[in-house]
Design a protein around this ligand. Sequence first.
Ligand code: F6P
Length: 497
Amino acid sequence: MAMNLLPGGHWSVVPPNLESARLILVSNRLPISVVEGDDGPSIKDSVGGVATALKVCWPVDRRCWIGWPGDLSRFAPVDVSMVNRECGRRALVPVQLSSGEVERYYEGCANSVLWPVFHNRIDRLPLENHQFDAYRAVNERFADAVVDVLDDDDGRNDIVWVHDFHLCLVPGLLRQRRPGQWVAFFLHIPFPPLEVFSILPDRRELLEGMLGSDIVGFHTTRYRDRFIDCVRALVPGARVKDEGVVYEGRRIETCAAPLGIDADDFRGEGDDQIELEMHKLHTNPDIQVLLGVDRLDYTKGIPRRLLAIDRLLELRPELNGRVTLLQIAVPSREKVEAYAELKVQVQQLVGRVNGKHSSLAGAVPIRLVSHGYSQKQLLSLYRAADVMVVTPLLDGMNLVAKEFIAARTDDDGVLVLSEFAGAAVELRDALIVNPYDIDGTARALGAALDMSAEERRDRMRRLRLKVVGESPRAWAEGFLKLLPFMPPVLLGVGDER
Ligand code: F6P
């Protein structure tokens, strides 16, 4: 936070001007990633809703983005220079990580420890070695990279906005390096309850790192409240007041700000080839299509979703041959053991359910696709689906649900949504299910398939009213606008600690 020292030894808060401020985004991944192809490295857009949203959340000419461009460790210096040039052209600042750092910070601490704990899946924790030293060291490197790009006048025209669980320590490290800097932090995944978060040996350091920000944001009030509970219980000297935290002479605001998508991106033309294929699927014979689109992640609830299809066909055998689940499961974090295990489990379950219900007449209850699709192709898939099935066991927000709604300009289609997705707070007109309740989910899928055209339209219209009114730009502005309204904490210089 930019602070001026007033006569009498008091600090006053000088709010940033959002009309002119430069936004320094900091996230683990840049919006582009380098991938190794047959002819050497090539650059592709990073997948995932967060990267897509951050790309459009601020005018490009007033934005700079610091992050990891993907694993460059095996590339020749000439290829690395090519990546650096490409980043420079797009106002991106690459933080290069060695293969050891990728293994210990990204795959080790962030994805094998913090991800399961924040998603309440402590059964997925490794037995030992939380690799927190590597996490701390890489967070230091990100903080240094931020300081390198700040304006000389103490960064007063810059707002640093740090994103997600990979970089919880960066706000605190920045506060040490540049005490007067505006820093915001947003967590895109759930925040766990106190008894789960407390499992982490480095819990206090993580919280203190986040408290280095001026504002800490979450997708839902439930996650925000849990963060406050943890701060109250685990950070000595922190005082909770009016949903904010007073700590080390500063006030840190907290808020719930659900991220939305740019609905205009999902209005246009789809992909001809996908449309043709989906048309064939629908008419030959007349099949209703349930669609799932997820990263292959154990938080997404894919195994139980497959079992719900099995249960649906047991409960309603007349549907066999007349419904199919098209499950797109995009490979993710493949070097992490829990993800490799999930892949095998999903393939086995698909085999089991298909083996049980397939017929010579052509019934195939589940079609599993193990690769991603472009946004244009997804648009066609969303439009061709009769029912979109979004049943994560826990999810910070889930933008796929919002993309489906945005794509349904025809006001048709049914969304079946887990009550444990952050999006469920806003999307109450979906059919809300408990993904752990396989019978209940199967019944909801049946109800979605049976729903009258009138009810589908009424629900979709109400869902669209929510989604079409949102945008990443409005989300970013609404969140960052909270900075100036923070009541300043006026403390004598000597009272600061
Ligand atoms: O939701 C958290 C997140 O980090 C998103 O930003 C991203 O889309 C997704 O998880 C996948 O992350 P990654 O492939 O970078 O591990």
